[in-house]
Design a protein around this ligand. Structure first.
Ligand SMILES: [Ca+2]
Ligand SMILES: [Ca+2]
Length: 406
């Protein structure tokens, strides 16, 4: 019995390592969506196979059929297809190659929602889970990880960590909170404050909960076969058994925390760095640079990642929260190249206004990005957003533009 459980855990780990892309290779079906990543550029990696075909679709289909393919190069003049074991999730190492187009399946967001022990999944148990009907909502349930509803395509979701939406992959329905329950609903239900309030986003937070506006998804009456997914009241944390694992996703932001008291903000940065030189009390990876729900009083946080611009130009970065925050961005990937960008001051009058900083960034490069935060007393939260060059609207700084530190 014990041996069987260890074997199933190893299987989960193995699947996780293979799937660093958006291709689903399940027992009974395959699924992928290709995007044109570069025209005239390909990864600086030798393709592991090359063959002739007059159809880019055939090139894609064969990639989806078998590992280790993650992305393709296609040359329509030469009618040649190449398969590569490398994609945008592995890095940005591309070189010029006229006549070739490079397609991949996007930054990895296809995932299952598993409990922290990975013994259960959150899934759709309707009789036809991919075509449940025209109802206004459907419940989600926890099922044992070996159940068919955890290994089939109905267990998979498309998690957009930047928009904060989670779409059920095969039905196209969205995860939406509804009278106490986390349900699946049609896209038309994503309206009003769900679109306009920047806290109305799903995110994996630093407690390892699936968080949405200061409440978190949890198994009603504890983990068991068939239990419903509910959400906690505002700022109420669920029990420890409610942590989640989003398999196949690598969360980009390294979050380190220490309980400490800092009262002199004139030399905040040097004080902060000297205290953190001896290590942290908690390290976790999360979706973004945001902080919520409350983590208490008198604590300091450092968050780090690499920023990957998708256009060249001047980006503006915005900090809003309570209490104090500093944003740094490097000249390159090295932490030592960091330069000050924005400060959210420790002053009550500024809690709900935004501190803004600007930086010119080039799309071919990766930049070190670091956020220091300190909470003294009372409320504590932080939102870090940005406006890309040429854009009007702010978006949360998240996985579309971030890689984890090497
Ligand atoms: Ca507090
Ligand atoms: Ca505070």
């Amino acid at each position: 019995m014990k041996r069987a459980r260890i074997f199933s855990l190893l299987m989960v780990l193995k699947i996780h390592l293979i799937n660093a892309h958006n291709i689903l290779r399940l027992a009974d079906q395959r699924s992928a969506k290709f995007l044109l990543r570069h025209d005239g550029k390909v990864p600086n990696r030798e393709p592991y196979i090359e063959f002739k075909t007059d159809s880019v679709e055939v090139c894609m289909d064969r990639c989806v059929a078998g590992a280790p393919c993650k992305s393709i190069n296609y040359n329509s003049t030469l009618q040649t297809c190449q398969h590569i074991d490398y994609d945008i999730n592995d890095g940005k190492d591309y070189g010029t190659k006229p006549g070739w187009q490079h397609y991949d399946t996007g930054k990895t967001q296809l995932t299952r929602i598993l409990d922290g022990t990975q013994n259960y999944c959150v899934t759709n148990t309707e009789s036809d889970p991919c075509n449940p009907g025209s109802g206004s909502y459907y419940y989600l349930r926890y099922k044992p990880i070996t159940d068919a509803s955890c290994t089939g395509i109905e267990a998979y979701y498309e998690f957009d960590e930047t928009l904060g939406t989670i779409k059920h992959h095969c039905s196209g329905l969205f995860l939406i909170k509804y009278i106490g329950y986390v349900t699946l609903q049609p896209e038309s239900s994503l309206s009003g404050s769900l679109l306009t309030d920047e806290l109305n986003r799903w995110r994996k937070n630093s407690y390892n909960f699936l968080d949405h506006h200061h409440s978190a998804l949890y198994p009603y009456n504890g983990l068991s076969d068939g239990t419903w997914t509910r959400y906690t009241s505002y700022n109420v944390l669920p029990g420890a058994g409610s942590t989640i694992v989003l398999d196949r996703i690598v969360h980009p932001v390294k979050f380190e925390m220490m309980h400490t008291t800092i009262s002199n903000f004139d030399n905040f940065e040097s004080e902060f760095r000297s205290r953190f030189a001896n290590g942290y009390q908690k390290t976790v990876y999360q979706s973004d640079f945001n902080i919520y729900p409350s983590m208490g009083d008198t604590y300091a946080v450092r968050m780090q990642a690499l920023f990957s611009p998708d256009v060249t130009g001047t980006y503006s970065f915005w900090l809003r929260g309570d209490d104090y925050a500093l944003l740094f961005i490097g000249e390159d990937e090295a932490p030592a190249s960091r330069q000050f960008v924005a400060k959210r001051p420790n002053n009550y009058a500024y809690y709900h206004t935004d501190a803004k900083g600007e930086k010119f960034l080039e799309k071919e490069k990766l930049y070190y990005i670091e956020l220091l935060f300190y909470e003294h007393f009372g409320g504590d939260w932080l939102i870090c957003s940005m406006i890309r060059p040429g854009d009007v609207d702010r978006i949360i700084v998240s996985s579309d533009h971030l890689y984890p530190l090497p």
